[in-house]
Design a protein around this ligand. Structure first.
Ligand code: PLP
Length: 418
């Protein structure tokens, strides 16, 4: 089910956050002599012991190359790798593992769709529709595709709360729209996009839909079949898994009709010097030795998240975010960027007269890790007329006490610069 708003289940569910914190070793350290307050999980989340141990165990006991060997270690490595795929299938509620392609991350997932689905199909007169609040990784691949094919890129504008304008979306969709590519949750604003409704409209116009789930999967219970997404991609490292691994989900019939993205070993059934017969799905899209340990770690991360349940995680994060929002609103000189009705995990802000980088530097000295900059979403910054923001981003391990530490740090920032 799509979770645009907090579901009743999420609102009621409780998360044992102290237990969760105990499972993340990196949280228990001092930075500049202060306890670490890690509020940068939208950039990359910390890792629970379950993930660290799964990768450690794999390298200590099971490592070999996958799919090619007849020996025991190769078989164990293959099972571990394919176990990660099955965990991703369950996590997204995809129908089949043939629809789950391992990629390096959301960036590669989007590029794969642009080049393999889009490039052979699009031409002059066709349109790709994105939104104004995309991460650069869901803008630039489409700009490249349009340069290569002569297609035109259009975008759905946002309002000053950071919500998409539904009438504009309807107006921009037409029979020229071949691909709609949009984020599920904005990394700069936290806006949760009503993707299911937008998919219905896109399909009515005859377009396929690519959803960038990089910021959604740690916070929203995603069901690709309920959303009816044609493609859905995310990065492992934002959902407590390793870097360098991610998932591209694609509907079987679409993936089947697409040419390979890269050529090499693993993606073939037969090669002669004259021709190649490509492998079945999903291996057709996995050229070369894959990130086996990454897949193992990702599988462990997705099981870890499912173990606590997205309802409990979303409910907890929502309460902490709401507390942070209220504190921000009663802090003189602080302005929130991104105030959508349905938000997840992100508190982007400015403080009058103080550059975001200065905010980030003083907070770091207080042990509080936030991100400052354009968050790879320069068009969002342009919309709000700011060069950058400071961004605190929440994960399942953050607490209200850490929000108090953030605001104590903000008082220090103001003392320092005012
Ligand atoms: N999409 C969104 C919304 C993101 O926030 C990010 C990373 O911050 C990405 C895509 C790209 O993810 P990666 O760099 O892991 O490929």
């Amino acid at each position: 089910m799509e979770a645009n708003a907090l579901t009743a289940n999420a609102a009621a569910a409780q998360l044992d956050v102290e237990r969760v914190r105990g499972e993340f070793p990196a949280l228990h350290q001092q930075v500049h002599g202060k306890p670490l307050v890690y509020l940068d999980s939208a950039a990359s989340a910390q890792k629970p012991s379950a993930v660290i141990e799964a990768v450690d165990h794999y390298y200590r006991h099971d490592h070999a190359n996958v799919h090619r060997g007849v020996h025991a270690l190769s078989e164990r490595a293959t099972n571990a790798y394919e176990g990660g795929r099955e965990a991703a299938r369950r996590f997204l509620n995809a129908e089949s593992v043939s629809e789950i392609v391992f990629v390096r991350g959301a960036t590669e997932g989007i590029n794969l769709v642009a080049q393999s689905y889009g490039r052979p199909r699009l031409g002059v007169g066709d349109e790709v529709l994105i939104t104004e609040m995309e991460h650069h990784s869901n803008i630039v691949p489409w700009q490249l595709l349009c340069e290569q094919t002569g297609a035109t890129l259009k975008w759905v504008p946002i309002d000053d709360r950071g919500e998409l304008l539904p009438d504009e979306y309807q107006r921009l969709l037409s029979d020229k729209t071949r691909i709609v590519a949009m984020t599920h949750v904005s990394n700069a604003l936290g806006t949760i996009v009503p993707v299911h409704d937008m998919v219905v409209q896109a399909h009515a116009a005859g377009a396929v839909v690519v959803i960038d789930g990089a910021q959604a999967v740690p916070h929203v219970d995603v069901d690709v079949r309920a959303i009816d997404a044609d493609f859905y991609t995310f990065s492992g490292h934002k959902v407590y898994g390793p870097t360098g691994i991610g998932i591209l989900y694609g509907k079987h019939a679409l993936l089947e009709a697409m040419p390979p993205y890269q050529g090499g070993g693993e993606m073939i059934k037969y090669v002669s010097l004259e021709r190649t017969v490509y492998n079945d799905l999903p291996y057709k899209f996995e050229a070369g030795t894959p990130n086996i340990a990454g897949a193992v770690g990702l599988g462990a991360a997705l099981q870890y998240v499912k173990g606590y349940g997205l309802d409990a995680i979303a409910g907890h994060e929502h309460r902490v975010l709401e507390y942070a929002r209220q504190r921000a609103e009663s802090t003189p000189g602080m302005k929130l960027i991104g105030t959508a009705a349905h938000k997840a995990s992100i508190l982007s802000f400015e403080i009058d007269g103080i550059h975001p980088h200065d905010i980030g530097t003083v907070l770091d000295h207080e042990g509080v890790a936030v991100r400052t900059g354009h968050h790879c979403a320069m068009p969002v910054m342009q919309h709000f007329g700011v060069p950058a923001t400071a961004r605190a981003s929440l994960a399942m391990y953050n607490t209200q006490a850490e929000i108090d530490a953030l605001f104590a740090g903000i008082d220090k920032v103001k003392e320092w610069f005012n």
